[in-house]
Design a protein around this ligand. Structure first.
Ligand SMILES: [Fe+2]
Length: 373
């Protein structure tokens, strides 16, 4: 554990029933013209887009809407958005959506002020000029992107998921209104919720964990284990939704400080090759990762942070309880593909292996996928 650490979080968080209403006053400090990033449907159909436009109109802020954010955004989509943003001459970005919309907005924020292609900014702190400031309005409870400095983007050519780490893309303001998650389906609620759970667990296993982030991770895990099954049992219950929105923010604090370990990196090839939803993708492999890491000196730590005596079984049972699939074959992964996927995982897990201080081979990754099959 890193006992000497720096904690930096530039995000002002307004959390609660009326969080969105603060947009009118707060946005005025960001400029006169906003670039509003959303997905194709939800924000418009739910009336959220109208509400945001109304609040900005009241604040006399002009808006250019970009409803082109897609799930697992790629470099091409981000470049298109950035072109429109630059042409419109926007001062700041507002994003209303889940993790994918936020990743898109963060990439646009970089390209709006920096030259060249998004690929130039993969890696850590590559931006030359400060990105446009971002206001985030999350509509899921999971990614924690509303408080992180990360954007994960699919490189259009290689089809690999790449991470941009840049303090400048951490939202300056996050308006977290849990009621915005009320219309999420059971599957998306479970999948995004388990994403937040894996952020807290993976973060707590990394070498960059600090006493502060470990304390937050422990509480986050407790909250999610209790609240997520409640929410799945009653999707329209606001109290449970509030707990999950809070837990997602807390898990975001954890990974913003520590990053993830190999669960996320091993999930990326499943999303790319089989379109498995992000949160579910990591959740498939975590039980086998727990078993693998238990043999490498992590047994006590995993038991302690998850609160399960048998963490692999505990995780699978929890996923079953919230109606998520628990094995790769349940989502159509072919056994014959596991070798190819293991090869891709090696590339995806470079940074996270370092966070574990372990060097895993292609054979290790194959074994973990095989155990998850
Ligand atoms: Fe995640």
């Amino acid at each position: 554990m890193a006992n000497n650490f720096c904690w930096y979080l530039p995000t002002e968080i307004i959390f609660g029933d009326d969080a969105l209403a603060h947009l009118k006053k707060k946005a005025q400090k960001f400029g006169k013209k906003a670039f509003l990033v959303t997905g194709k449907n939800f924000a418009r159909k739910s009336g959220l887009l109208d509400e945001i436009e109304f609040l900005l109109g009241e604040a006399e802020i002009e808006v250019k809407v970009f409803s082109g954010a897609i799930q697992d955004p790629d470099t091409k989509t981000c470049a298109e958005g950035a072109k429109i943003c630059r042409k419109a001459g926007c001062d700041f970005i507002i994003v209303a959506g889940g993790g994918s919309a936020m990743d898109t907005a963060k990439s646009i924020a970089i390209l709006a002020t920096n030259p060249g292609r998004l690929e130039n900014y993969f890696g850590a702190e590559k931006a030359i000029r400060p990105p446009l400031p971002i206001i985030a309005i999350p509509t899921t409870a999971g990614s924690g992107s509303e408080v992180t400095r990360y954007a994960v983007i699919v490189e259009t050519g290689s089809k690999e998921k790449k991470t941009i780490t840049c303090a400048g893309i951490c939202p300056r303001l996050s308006l977290v209104q849990p009621s915005l998650t009320l219309s999420l389906s059971g599957f998306l609620t479970a999948s995004t919720g388990v994403d937040a759970l894996s952020h807290a667990v993976e973060g707590a296993l990394g070498k960059r964990i600090t006493p502060l982030s470990l304390a937050i991770a422990r509480d986050t895990i407790k909250i999610i284990k209790e609240a997520l099954p409640q929410v799945i049992g009653n999707l329209s219950g606001l109290e449970g939704r509030e707990k999950m929105s809070l837990a997602a923010v807390m898990a975001g604090f954890v990974i913003n400080q520590t990053g993830t370990v190999i669960g996320h990196g091993m999930g990326y090839p499943l999303t790319i090759n089989y379109q498995v939803q992000h949160g579910t993708a990591s959740s498939f492999v975590l039980p086998a990762i727990f078993e693998f890491l238990a043999g490498k000196g992590y047994r006590e730590r995993i038991m302690e942070v998850t609160g399960w005596e048998d963490p692999a079984t505990g995780w699978r049972d929890f996923c079953r309880q919230i109606d998520l699939p628990v094995s790769l074959q349940e989502v159509g992964v072919k056994k014959g593909d596991l070798k190819k996927i293991a090869k891709e995982a090696v590339a995806n897990c470079q940074r996270s292996m370092d966070n574990l201080e372990l060097l895993l081979t292609e054979k290790d990754f194959y074994e973990i996928y095989r155990m998850s099959f």
